[in-house]
Design a protein around this ligand. Structure first.
Ligand code: UD1
Ligand code: MG
Length: 477
């Protein structure tokens, strides 16, 4: 085969993700267990797309609907198809489930394991390149291998006296001598598609697990006179498989360490105690931001520069501007905090809450689907839900938007420079005009005009405030 034709050879990817993962001792299919907050299978699928394959197939079985949903969520509109393996009879059987799509295809098939999540796109690309290099000589299969200090649990690569590939022996089928071999099968391969399926027909399940092993295919190919190449890689961490919870925790630790190092070295973020800070790989954090221990930054959170995030806070899909101080024990999810704000301690922002520039939220304050305008403050013990609050408005201690009537949610709109007195109940739907004031303990059931001073339960207007008149009503600042 000429070089030009190898370049044109189409590339397909098949990911094996049908197994239960017995060693996880879980009711959840293994590939749905999360690493860095995302299911294992999502990591592999994301990496596979970087190869820009002509087609991407995922073999599903255990909790197939859930695995499918996870993959579709990750790939969001990108091309992917699913094949169901009815019974989990082994990795060879899993590949066989996709036979009808591929067996006549004159192409290269990359087979990936759904439980080997750390593999990088660059490594896969190098494997494919290595495989295609050997096509002229007719390599039917290229196996990604690595040498490990502790190879236990993996399939071992048995080489002949000349160092050429002979076979893969699974741990459970290996002799004591074979178990000494430290070169392992990563579970990641490139195949000549037609040759793979032709050899797969001859795979038997006469092994200790009674399974159809994909790992028997390379040996069968070699015995049929085909070339089997080995692409030996040097990063053991990248090819680590997840078969049990200890391995999952190991990978979590490795990933987290990488993320935190990258943020320290490349982005100039200070971590007071890197080992005790949890940052998702997708998060972005700006220069001179200081992160205290026991902070969790999850999902795709963005934090600007010069921020301080004090201990015990958890940020999930949050967008934080520059110069923001997040004090101890705050929970911010799907919400935005603009430049120069102060949050907490012990504040809760959720459901697309927005704190506009320079605004402040203090202890035991919850904002749900609420916009707090520029320079406005809600300093103590307050619930603001389904509300908009204008600029330079002060919300006193203990204020509550009573947004739920038992059936429906209603909105509260508060203008600019308003003072809402301590312990005011705003019974939504309700609007408060600019420069209005409510007295302490007011129960506001009707809209309030601009400049009005209201008091009582239900709140009544007692006065129109003149512009510039000092608003001394106890507003709980
Ligand atoms: C496999 C390899 C082993 C290799 C290791 C690398 C075989 C027989 N062994 O072992 O040589 O060192 O991976 O991590 O292939 N799956 C299915 N259907 C099945 C069985 C498995 O889809 O019937 C999927 C699993 O969901 C998983 C992947 O195939 O994502 C690998 O299966 P697993 O049982 O983890 O194989 P290992 O014992 O790790
Ligand atoms: Mg495995």
């Amino acid at each position: 085969m000429s070089d030009s034709s190898t370049e044109q050879r189409s590339l397909n990817v098949l990911i094996l993700a049908a197994g239960l993962g017995t060693r996880m001792r879980s009711d959840l299919a293994k590939v749905l267990h999360k690493l860095d907050g995302r299911p294992l299978i999502n990591h592999v699928c994301r990496t596979a797309t970087a190869l820009a394959p002509e087609s991407l197939y995922v073999v599903i079985g255990h909790q197939g609907d859930e695995v499918k949903a996870a993959v579709l969520n990750e790939l969001d509109g990108q091309k992917v198809a699913f094949v169901t393996q009815e019974q989990q009879l082994g990795t060879g059987d899993a590949v066989n489930a996709a036979r009808s799509f591929f067996q006549d295809s004159d192409s290269t098939l990359v087979v990936l394991s759904g439980d080997v999540p750390m593999i990088r796109p660059e490594t896969l690309a190098a494997l494919v390149q290595h495989h295609h290099r050997y096509l002229d000589r007719g390599a039917a299969c290229t196996i990604l291998t690595v040498r490990l200090h502790d190879p236990s649990g993996y399939g071992r690569i048995v080489r002949d006296d000349e160092g050429a590939f002979e076979r893969i022996v699974e741990q459970k089928d290996a002799s004591d001598e074979q178990r000494q071999v430290d070169e392992i099968n990563a579970g990641i391969y490139c195949f000549d598609t037609k040759k793979l399926f032709s050899a797969l027909s001859a795979v038997k399940n006469n092994n200790s697990q009674g399974e159809y092993y994909l790992t028997d295919v390379p040996e069968l190919l070699r015995k049929a006179g085909e070339d089997v190449a080995i692409f030996q890689f040097n990063d053991a961490q990248e090819i680590e498989g997840v078969n049990n919870r200890a391995q999952l925790a190991d990978l979590e630790r490795i990933l987290r360490r990488r993320t935190v190092s990258r943020l320290m070295l490349d982005s100039g973020v200070t971590f007071i105690d890197p080992k005790n800070t949890y940052v998702s790989a997708q998060s972005v954090i700006g220069r001179d931001t200081i992160i205290y221990p026991n902070v969790f930054i999850e999902g795709s959170t963005e934090i600007g520069s010069g921020c301080t995030i004090r201990p015990g806070s958890r940020l999930v899909n949050a967008k934080i501007g520059d110069g923001v101080e997040i004090r101890d024990n705050c929970f911010i999810t799907d919400s935005e905090v603009e430049n120069g704000c102060a949050v907490g301690p012990m504040a809760h922002l959720r459901g697309n809450a927005v704190m506009a520039e320079g605004s402040k939220v203090g202890n035991f304050v919850e904002l749900k689907k609420t916009r707090l305008g520029k320079g406005s403050k809600a300093s103590h013990l307050t619930y603001l839900g389904d509300a908009t609050i204008g600029e330079d408005t002060n919300i006193g201690a203990g204020v509550i938007t009573c947004n739920y009537d038992g059936m429906n949610k209603h909105e509260t709109h508060i203008g600019n420079r308003v003072k809402i007195g301590s312990d005011t109940m705003l019974v939504a739907p309700v609007m408060v005009g600019d420069d209005a004031v409510t007295g302490a303990g007011s129960v506001v059931t009707k809209d309030i005009d601009a400049n009005a001073l209201v008091v009582g339960a239900p709140a009544k207007k007692i006065k129109d405030l003149q512009s510039g008149e000092e608003k001394k009503v106890q507003s709980g600042r």
